[in-house]
Design a protein around this ligand. Structure first.
Ligand SMILES: Cc1ncc(COP(=O)(O)O)c(C=O)c1O
Length: 503
């Protein structure tokens, strides 16, 4: 419906509220343009003359004409000689626009996959916000970043910049900087016995992107994925975001219960496992289970996603070979990360995939981030080649072993009756069982109030009913351990339900 020119004039007058920060003609231009776009001035409406607008708004005619001419030139207004200036027909309201506005778009307009990811529990990483997050008891997932050789890293970064500035700062190979892929392949052959070539190594943004890319490539929406229960929330989130249906498989002292997996009538398309150091309970998968799991994947043409996130830290001899070593049929996708051997903020990890999948991962990277930042990849390749990585790893192993022992000693002394620390011979965290019936989330909250950071077990479980706590030690300065243990003991007491009143 067209509006009367006088009504239009009143409307513009009411809405024009000039500020001091830009020229008047520009403010009028922006106001009129917004009113046209918002359909406050409807298509076909005649504008008041420039003389009338100037008088009503207290502006010069030149100011008004400059604004109107610009709107004419841009097509918001049209001029009919001898008749006047009108709002362009391009802004005619469609039938849809004339309906009353519907409710604001809300979460229900997201995909089902998004809804599943949003409602799943998330790992409570203490994201850094300026404060140091590396010394507090008992932060999870953080190695001894206080030991990181920052000087060597800076020199590697500097050299990388110099080289990159010469060789080009354009797009790079989606699968990763070739010398870094070679360095990783060499490291995995030497330290994990993996018989892999650098062409099979794909650089990712930590193991999290490796999981996302892999589930997206190997899972159809609605397909089943088996997950360890309790298990890693990052894997669950990545499976859900690929549209997977998740199936919880129990874990015991030998790792994933492969018999329970075999017993499923409808075999899942993929299974996620942490065989070297089960997250979060800490078991190492026995050799018979490893052989059975690889055999199951081969028989069922299912994929195994093997997350070898902290196998470098082993406290009682050599770790078992990865599942990928036992894989003859190309069913294992091996995932590693630099988050635990260097530092999490680096966001670099890798995949080792069967040769038949390399091209698919290249396509997936192109549709995701194209490639990881070049300079960090170049610096890391240099850092590894010059021996700093191996030296840092040696030092970190010693430091982590000391911190682990300090945590074991102090908890044996002070937490004996409260927290039953379970044996685990690898990794950067320990798991302890609380008395049956304890609310582990309440304990974690009480600990946080006392400045101690522990994770409750229950959010990591789909079916497992046990109550427990996860205690990181890698990034905890030794001086913080005795006080942290004492505070944790008090927190467990705080969270104990009050005894029922006696009559
Ligand atoms: C089971 C597991 N996998 C992988 C990671 C590392 O993830 P990212 O490489 O994405 O930092 C963690 C970190 O805590 C973890 O617990």
């Amino acid at each position: 419906m067209k509006q009367h020119p006088y009504a239009v004039q009143l409307l513009i007058e009411r809405r024009f509220d000039p500020g001091a920060d830009s020229p008047r003609y520009r403010q009028l231009y922006e106001l009129l343009r917004q009113m046209v776009v918002d359909r406050e001035l409807t298509a076909g409406t005649r504008l008041p003359s420039t003389r009338a607008m100037a008088a009503a708004l207290g502006l010069s005619r030149h100011t008004v004409s400059t604004a109107v001419e610009r709107l004419l030139a841009e097509g918001y207004l049209i001029s009919r000689p001898g008749s006047g200036t009108y709002v362009s027909r391009h802004f005619a309201s469609s039938k849809h626009d004339e309906r009353p506005p519907g409710p604001a778009r809300s979460a229900d307009s997201l995909s089902r996959r998004a809804a599943a990811v949003i409602s799943a529990p998330r790992s409570p990483f203490p994201f850094a916000s300026g404060a140091r997050t590396d010394s507090g008891a008992f932060r999870l997932g953080i190695p001894a970043v206080d030991q990181f050789p920052v000087g060597h890293w800076l020199r590697a970064l500097n050299a990388a910049w110099k080289e990159a500035a010469k060789t080009g700062l354009g797009y790079q190979h989606p699968l990763g900087y070739p010398p870094l892929r070679q360095a990783i392949a060499h490291y995995l052959r030497a330290s994990r016995g993996l018989n892999c070539q650098s062409e099979q190594v794909i650089v990712t943004a930590g193991s999290q992107q490796a999981l996302e890319l892999t589930f997206r490539l190997v899972i159809d929406p609605g397909a089943a994925v088996a997950l360890e229960d309790p298990g890693y929330l990052g894997a669950r989130a990545a499976a859900l975001s690929a549209g997977a249906r998740t199936i919880a498989i129990p874990v015991d002292r030998e790792g994933l219960d492969v018999a329970a997996l075999r017993a499923l009538q409808d075999p899942p398309s993929a299974v996620f496992v942490t065989p070297t150091h089960q997250f979060p309970l800490g078991a190492t998968m026995s050799l018979p289970r490893r052989i059975a799991l690889v055999g199951w994947a081969e028989q069922n043409r299912a994929w195994i996603l093997e997350d070898d996130y902290d196998s470098e830290y082993r406290y009682d001899g050599r770790p078992f070979d990865p599942l990928a070593v036992l894989d003859r049929a190309g069913r294992v996708i091996y995932i590693g990360t630099f988050s635990k051997v260097l530092f999490p903020a680096l966001r670099l990890g890798y995949l080792v995939v069967p040769p038949s999948l390399v091209d698919a991962f290249e396509a997936a990277h192109l549709s995701s981030d194209i490639h990881r930042p070049l300079i960090e990849q170049m610096a890391l390749a240099r850092f590894i080649d010059q021996g700093h990585f191996a030296a840092h790893l040696r030092r970190s192993k010693e430091v982590h072993a000391e911190r682990r022992q300090a945590l074991l000693d102090h908890s044996a002394r002070s937490l004996g009756g409260y927290l039953d620390i379970q044996p685990a011979s690898a990794g950067l965290h320990l798991f302890g069982l609380l008395a049956a019936g304890t609310d582990d989330r309440a304990v974690a909250a009480a600990a946080a109030r006392r400045g101690v950071d522990v994770w409750a077990l229950s959010p990591h479980s789909l079916r497992d009913q046990r109550a427990g706590l996860l205690l990181g030690y890698g990034g905890v300065l030794p001086a913080a351990i005795p006080h942290g243990v004492a505070q944790l003991g008090r927190a467990i007491e705080d969270a104990r339900p009050a005894p029922a009143p006696t009559r």
